[in-house]
Design a protein around this ligand. Structure first.
Ligand code: AMP
Length: 297
Protein backbone atom coordinates (compact mmCIF):
# COMPACT_ATOMS: atom_id res chain seq x y z
CA UNK A 1 0.00 0.00 0.00
CA UNK A 2 1.29 3.46 -0.94
CA UNK A 3 0.60 6.70 0.92
CA UNK A 4 1.60 10.10 -0.47
CA UNK A 5 1.84 13.12 1.81
CA UNK A 6 2.51 16.71 0.73
CA UNK A 7 1.14 19.84 -0.87
CA UNK A 8 -2.07 20.22 -2.82
CA UNK A 9 -2.10 23.61 -4.47
CA UNK A 10 -3.84 26.15 -6.58
CA UNK A 11 -1.02 27.01 -8.97
CA UNK A 12 -0.45 30.05 -11.14
CA UNK A 13 1.93 29.03 -13.90
CA UNK A 14 3.35 31.57 -16.34
CA UNK A 15 4.85 30.07 -19.49
CA UNK A 16 5.89 32.09 -22.58
CA UNK A 17 2.77 30.96 -24.48
CA UNK A 18 0.14 30.78 -21.75
CA UNK A 19 -0.62 31.74 -18.15
CA UNK A 20 -2.72 29.40 -16.03
CA UNK A 21 -4.37 30.82 -12.93
CA UNK A 22 -5.34 28.82 -9.82
CA UNK A 23 -5.17 25.44 -11.50
CA UNK A 24 -5.00 22.17 -9.57
CA UNK A 25 -1.38 21.44 -8.66
CA UNK A 26 0.84 20.64 -5.73
CA UNK A 27 3.65 18.17 -5.31
CA UNK A 28 1.50 15.47 -3.70
CA UNK A 29 -1.18 15.87 -6.38
CA UNK A 30 1.21 15.32 -9.30
CA UNK A 31 3.06 12.50 -7.50
CA UNK A 32 -0.06 10.62 -6.40
CA UNK A 33 -1.81 10.89 -9.78
CA UNK A 34 1.37 9.71 -11.51
CA UNK A 35 1.63 6.79 -9.03
CA UNK A 36 -1.99 5.88 -9.78
CA UNK A 37 -0.91 4.35 -13.10
CA UNK A 38 0.67 1.55 -11.04
CA UNK A 39 -1.35 1.27 -7.80
CA UNK A 40 -4.14 3.12 -5.97
CA UNK A 41 -2.38 5.68 -3.75
CA UNK A 42 -3.75 7.07 -0.50
CA UNK A 43 -3.34 10.82 -0.11
CA UNK A 44 -2.72 12.88 3.04
CA UNK A 45 -2.96 16.59 2.37
CA UNK A 46 -4.82 19.78 3.29
CA UNK A 47 -6.86 22.29 1.31
CA UNK A 48 -8.87 25.37 2.27
CA UNK A 49 -12.61 25.90 2.00
CA UNK A 50 -11.97 27.72 -1.31
CA UNK A 51 -10.85 24.47 -2.99
CA UNK A 52 -13.08 23.95 -6.06
CA UNK A 53 -15.39 20.94 -6.02
CA UNK A 54 -14.27 20.04 -9.55
CA UNK A 55 -10.68 19.56 -8.28
CA UNK A 56 -11.90 17.58 -5.28
CA UNK A 57 -13.71 15.25 -7.71
CA UNK A 58 -10.56 14.90 -9.82
CA UNK A 59 -8.55 13.78 -6.79
CA UNK A 60 -11.34 11.38 -5.80
CA UNK A 61 -11.34 9.78 -9.24
CA UNK A 62 -7.67 8.74 -8.97
CA UNK A 63 -6.92 8.45 -5.25
CA UNK A 64 -8.10 7.34 -1.85
CA UNK A 65 -8.75 10.73 -0.23
CA UNK A 66 -9.78 9.77 3.30
CA UNK A 67 -6.64 11.62 4.37
CA UNK A 68 -7.61 14.92 2.70
CA UNK A 69 -8.44 17.60 5.30
CA UNK A 70 -10.53 20.63 4.40
CA UNK A 71 -9.78 23.52 6.77
CA UNK A 72 -11.33 26.98 6.99
CA UNK A 73 -9.06 29.35 5.07
CA UNK A 74 -7.19 29.53 1.77
CA UNK A 75 -5.58 26.63 -0.07
CA UNK A 76 -1.79 26.67 -0.52
CA UNK A 77 -0.88 28.79 -3.54
CA UNK A 78 2.20 28.69 -5.72
CA UNK A 79 3.03 31.20 -8.47
CA UNK A 80 5.94 30.50 -10.83
CA UNK A 81 7.23 31.94 -14.09
CA UNK A 82 9.34 30.19 -16.75
CA UNK A 83 11.93 31.82 -18.99
CA UNK A 84 11.55 31.70 -22.76
CA UNK A 85 13.27 28.29 -23.04
CA UNK A 86 11.19 26.78 -20.22
CA UNK A 87 14.44 25.83 -18.53
CA UNK A 88 14.55 28.27 -15.61
CA UNK A 89 11.61 28.80 -13.26
CA UNK A 90 11.38 31.79 -10.97
CA UNK A 91 9.14 31.51 -7.91
CA UNK A 92 7.05 34.67 -7.71
CA UNK A 93 4.98 33.69 -4.67
CA UNK A 94 4.66 30.84 -2.19
CA UNK A 95 1.62 31.31 0.06
CA UNK A 96 1.45 28.45 2.55
CA UNK A 97 -2.03 29.41 3.88
CA UNK A 98 -3.70 26.31 5.44
CA UNK A 99 -0.55 24.24 4.81
CA UNK A 100 1.46 26.51 7.14
CA UNK A 101 0.16 25.25 10.47
CA UNK A 102 -1.31 21.98 9.31
CA UNK A 103 -1.07 19.24 11.96
CA UNK A 104 -1.27 16.15 9.80
CA UNK A 105 -2.16 12.73 11.11
CA UNK A 106 -2.29 9.35 9.44
CA UNK A 107 -5.79 7.82 9.12
CA UNK A 108 -5.95 4.39 10.77
CA UNK A 109 -6.54 2.73 7.38
CA UNK A 110 -3.25 4.15 6.04
CA UNK A 111 -1.03 3.21 9.00
CA UNK A 112 -0.07 -0.14 7.53
CA UNK A 113 1.32 1.47 4.31
CA UNK A 114 4.59 -0.20 3.38
CA UNK A 115 5.51 2.50 0.83
CA UNK A 116 5.42 6.19 1.80
CA UNK A 117 6.27 9.19 -0.34
CA UNK A 118 6.88 12.52 1.40
CA UNK A 119 6.33 14.91 -1.47
CA UNK A 120 7.67 18.41 -1.35
CA UNK A 121 6.33 19.98 1.84
CA UNK A 122 7.31 21.44 5.21
CA UNK A 123 10.24 19.18 6.32
CA UNK A 124 9.14 19.27 9.97
CA UNK A 125 5.68 17.95 9.06
CA UNK A 126 7.28 15.32 6.80
CA UNK A 127 9.68 14.08 9.51
CA UNK A 128 6.88 13.90 12.05
CA UNK A 129 4.41 12.03 9.89
CA UNK A 130 6.78 9.27 8.74
CA UNK A 131 7.03 8.15 12.40
CA UNK A 132 3.27 7.55 12.50
CA UNK A 133 3.38 4.61 10.08
CA UNK A 134 3.77 1.12 11.60
CA UNK A 135 5.22 -0.89 8.77
CA UNK A 136 7.28 1.17 6.30
CA UNK A 137 9.36 -0.88 3.89
CA UNK A 138 10.45 1.98 1.62
CA UNK A 139 10.16 5.74 2.13
CA UNK A 140 11.28 8.55 -0.13
CA UNK A 141 11.22 12.36 0.04
CA UNK A 142 11.77 15.40 -2.16
CA UNK A 143 12.32 19.07 -1.36
CA UNK A 144 12.46 22.47 -3.09
CA UNK A 145 14.55 25.66 -2.87
CA UNK A 146 11.92 27.35 -0.64
CA UNK A 147 12.46 24.80 2.16
CA UNK A 148 16.24 24.59 1.64
CA UNK A 149 16.50 28.38 1.96
CA UNK A 150 14.22 28.67 4.99
CA UNK A 151 14.67 25.35 6.90
CA UNK A 152 17.93 23.71 5.74
CA UNK A 153 18.67 21.88 9.01
CA UNK A 154 15.10 20.49 9.10
CA UNK A 155 15.52 19.28 5.51
CA UNK A 156 18.66 17.40 6.60
CA UNK A 157 16.75 15.84 9.54
CA UNK A 158 14.00 14.77 7.13
CA UNK A 159 16.60 13.13 4.87
CA UNK A 160 17.87 11.07 7.83
CA UNK A 161 14.37 9.68 8.34
CA UNK A 162 13.85 8.18 4.84
CA UNK A 163 15.37 5.44 2.66
CA UNK A 164 15.63 7.50 -0.52
CA UNK A 165 15.86 11.12 -1.60
CA UNK A 166 14.75 12.31 -5.02
CA UNK A 167 15.84 15.87 -5.76
CA UNK A 168 16.63 17.99 -8.79
CA UNK A 169 20.19 18.97 -9.71
CA UNK A 170 19.99 22.68 -8.78
CA UNK A 171 18.35 21.90 -5.45
CA UNK A 172 20.93 19.19 -4.68
CA UNK A 173 23.68 21.78 -5.23
CA UNK A 174 21.90 24.41 -3.12
CA UNK A 175 21.30 21.92 -0.31
CA UNK A 176 24.78 20.40 -0.15
CA UNK A 177 26.77 23.51 -1.14
CA UNK A 178 28.66 21.33 -3.67
CA UNK A 179 28.97 21.92 -7.44
CA UNK A 180 29.50 18.35 -8.60
CA UNK A 181 26.50 15.98 -8.61
CA UNK A 182 28.52 12.97 -7.41
CA UNK A 183 29.74 15.02 -4.44
CA UNK A 184 26.16 16.19 -3.83
CA UNK A 185 24.88 12.60 -3.75
CA UNK A 186 27.70 11.43 -1.45
CA UNK A 187 26.96 14.23 0.99
CA UNK A 188 23.22 13.48 0.98
CA UNK A 189 23.97 9.76 1.60
CA UNK A 190 26.32 10.74 4.44
CA UNK A 191 23.30 12.33 6.17
CA UNK A 192 21.73 8.89 6.57
CA UNK A 193 19.73 7.93 3.48
CA UNK A 194 20.60 4.88 1.35
CA UNK A 195 19.54 5.95 -2.14
CA UNK A 196 19.77 9.28 -3.92
CA UNK A 197 18.16 10.09 -7.25
CA UNK A 198 19.18 13.40 -8.81
CA UNK A 199 16.83 14.60 -11.56
CA UNK A 200 18.30 16.61 -14.40
CA UNK A 201 15.17 17.81 -16.18
CA UNK A 202 15.17 16.93 -19.88
CA UNK A 203 18.58 15.25 -19.41
CA UNK A 204 17.21 12.43 -17.26
CA UNK A 205 18.58 11.43 -13.90
CA UNK A 206 21.39 9.84 -11.89
CA UNK A 207 20.60 7.13 -9.33
CA UNK A 208 23.23 6.60 -6.61
CA UNK A 209 23.60 3.70 -4.19
CA UNK A 210 26.85 3.09 -2.30
CA UNK A 211 29.51 3.29 -5.07
CA UNK A 212 27.06 2.65 -7.91
CA UNK A 213 25.82 5.30 -10.34
CA UNK A 214 22.96 4.48 -12.71
CA UNK A 215 22.46 7.23 -15.30
CA UNK A 216 19.25 7.26 -17.31
CA UNK A 217 18.32 9.56 -20.16
CA UNK A 218 15.19 11.64 -20.36
CA UNK A 219 12.64 10.60 -23.00
CA UNK A 220 13.42 12.90 -25.94
CA UNK A 221 10.54 15.20 -26.85
CA UNK A 222 10.03 17.64 -29.68
CA UNK A 223 7.57 19.85 -27.85
CA UNK A 224 7.41 20.89 -24.19
CA UNK A 225 4.62 23.16 -22.93
CA UNK A 226 4.92 23.28 -19.13
CA UNK A 227 7.56 21.58 -16.95
CA UNK A 228 5.55 22.07 -13.72
CA UNK A 229 5.15 18.86 -11.78
CA UNK A 230 7.59 16.85 -13.89
CA UNK A 231 9.77 16.10 -10.88
CA UNK A 232 6.78 15.10 -8.77
CA UNK A 233 5.43 12.91 -11.56
CA UNK A 234 8.88 11.30 -11.85
CA UNK A 235 8.95 10.49 -8.12
CA UNK A 236 5.31 9.32 -8.06
CA UNK A 237 5.95 6.90 -10.91
CA UNK A 238 9.05 5.54 -9.16
CA UNK A 239 7.35 4.80 -5.87
CA UNK A 240 4.08 3.73 -7.54
CA UNK A 241 5.98 1.16 -9.60
CA UNK A 242 7.87 -0.15 -6.53
CA UNK A 243 4.70 -0.31 -4.42
CA UNK A 244 2.90 -2.27 -7.17
CA UNK A 245 5.81 -4.71 -7.41
CA UNK A 246 6.26 -4.75 -3.60
CA UNK A 247 10.01 -4.80 -4.26
CA UNK A 248 12.88 -2.51 -3.31
CA UNK A 249 15.95 -4.20 -4.82
CA UNK A 250 18.46 -2.00 -6.62
CA UNK A 251 17.51 -3.53 -9.97
CA UNK A 252 13.82 -2.71 -9.38
CA UNK A 253 14.75 0.83 -8.32
CA UNK A 254 16.63 1.16 -11.64
CA UNK A 255 13.46 0.16 -13.51
CA UNK A 256 11.38 2.53 -11.39
CA UNK A 257 13.69 5.37 -12.44
CA UNK A 258 12.92 4.59 -16.10
CA UNK A 259 9.19 4.80 -15.31
CA UNK A 260 10.00 8.11 -13.59
CA UNK A 261 11.58 9.48 -16.77
CA UNK A 262 8.60 8.35 -18.83
CA UNK A 263 5.87 9.81 -16.57
CA UNK A 264 7.91 13.02 -16.23
CA UNK A 265 7.99 13.27 -20.03
CA UNK A 266 4.20 13.00 -20.24
CA UNK A 267 3.75 15.68 -17.57
CA UNK A 268 5.69 18.34 -19.54
CA UNK A 269 3.79 17.79 -22.80
CA UNK A 270 0.68 19.58 -21.54
CA UNK A 271 -0.21 22.41 -19.15
CA UNK A 272 -0.53 21.57 -15.46
CA UNK A 273 -2.06 18.13 -14.99
CA UNK A 274 -3.69 18.07 -18.45
CA UNK A 275 -1.66 15.23 -19.96
CA UNK A 276 -1.65 13.03 -16.85
CA UNK A 277 -5.43 13.34 -16.61
CA UNK A 278 -5.86 12.19 -20.21
CA UNK A 279 -3.31 9.38 -20.04
CA UNK A 280 -4.17 5.68 -20.34
CA UNK A 281 -2.07 2.83 -19.00
CA UNK A 282 -1.51 1.70 -22.58
CA UNK A 283 0.17 5.08 -23.36
CA UNK A 284 2.64 4.41 -20.54
CA UNK A 285 3.38 0.88 -21.76
CA UNK A 286 3.87 2.14 -25.32
CA UNK A 287 6.30 4.85 -24.25
CA UNK A 288 8.28 2.44 -22.06
CA UNK A 289 8.77 0.26 -25.16
CA UNK A 290 9.90 3.30 -27.17
CA UNK A 291 12.29 4.22 -24.37
CA UNK A 292 13.78 0.70 -24.35
CA UNK A 293 14.27 0.90 -28.12
CA UNK A 294 15.83 4.35 -27.79
CA UNK A 295 18.52 3.27 -25.31
CA UNK A 296 19.44 -0.19 -26.63
CA UNK A 297 22.30 -0.65 -29.11
P1 AMP B 1 7.97 20.63 -9.63
O1 AMP B 1 7.70 21.33 -10.92
O2 AMP B 1 8.12 19.13 -9.78
O3 AMP B 1 9.10 21.26 -8.86
O4 AMP B 1 6.67 20.81 -8.69
C1 AMP B 1 5.85 21.92 -8.76
C2 AMP B 1 4.71 21.74 -7.77
O5 AMP B 1 5.22 21.90 -6.44
C3 AMP B 1 3.67 22.83 -7.98
O6 AMP B 1 2.44 22.24 -8.36
C4 AMP B 1 3.57 23.55 -6.64
O7 AMP B 1 2.26 23.69 -6.18
C5 AMP B 1 4.37 22.70 -5.67
N1 AMP B 1 5.21 23.54 -4.79
C6 AMP B 1 5.92 24.64 -5.14
N2 AMP B 1 6.57 25.15 -4.08
C7 AMP B 1 6.27 24.36 -3.02
C8 AMP B 1 6.64 24.37 -1.62
N3 AMP B 1 7.44 25.32 -1.10
N4 AMP B 1 6.16 23.38 -0.84
C9 AMP B 1 5.37 22.43 -1.34
N5 AMP B 1 4.98 22.37 -2.63
C10 AMP B 1 5.42 23.31 -3.47
Amino acid sequence: MLTVFGSTALDTIRTPKKTLKNVLGGAATFAAISASFFTKPSLITVVGDDFPEEYYNTLKRYLDIQGLSVIKGKTFRYDGKYDKNLSVRETLKTELNVLGDFKPSVPKEYQKSDFVYLANNDPVQNTKIIKEFDNVKFSMCDTIDFWINTRRSDVIKMIKSVDAVVINDEEAKLLTKEDNLIKCAKKIMSWGTDYVIIKKGEHGSLFFYEDMIFPSVGFSLESVLDPTGAGDSFAGAMIGYLAAKKKTSVSEIKKSVVYGNVLGSFAVEGYGLDTLLRLQKSDVTRRIKQYEKMVSF
